[in-house]
Write a new protein. Sequence first.
Length: 113
Amino acid sequence: MLAARGGANSSIALGRSRRLFARLEERQYEGVVAAYLAERSLWRGEFAEATAFADRVWELAAVQRHERDFVRAALRQGQAALGLGDVTRADERLHHALPRARAVNLAEVELPA
């Protein structure tokens, strides 16, 4: 909520959450927080940082293999690539996210993809 409102403290709060989940070896939750950090970076136009977070989300999605995690990671990767002007990668990642989102009925991800 802090990030959506543009609060500077959102980075601190999300960073603390990510470190806590990493220390507790809760990879699923660490990935969720990394996805929020990627989204925050996208909103701020920090596309290289968003790419790093989105790539980490993709890595962590492989731990428990929840489809929604892969879909959200691919969406963030595509959005970040688009912001960096890498149309080829954006096209690949967004087209990767779209059918996967449809397959598991993730309309909130399908629409932006």
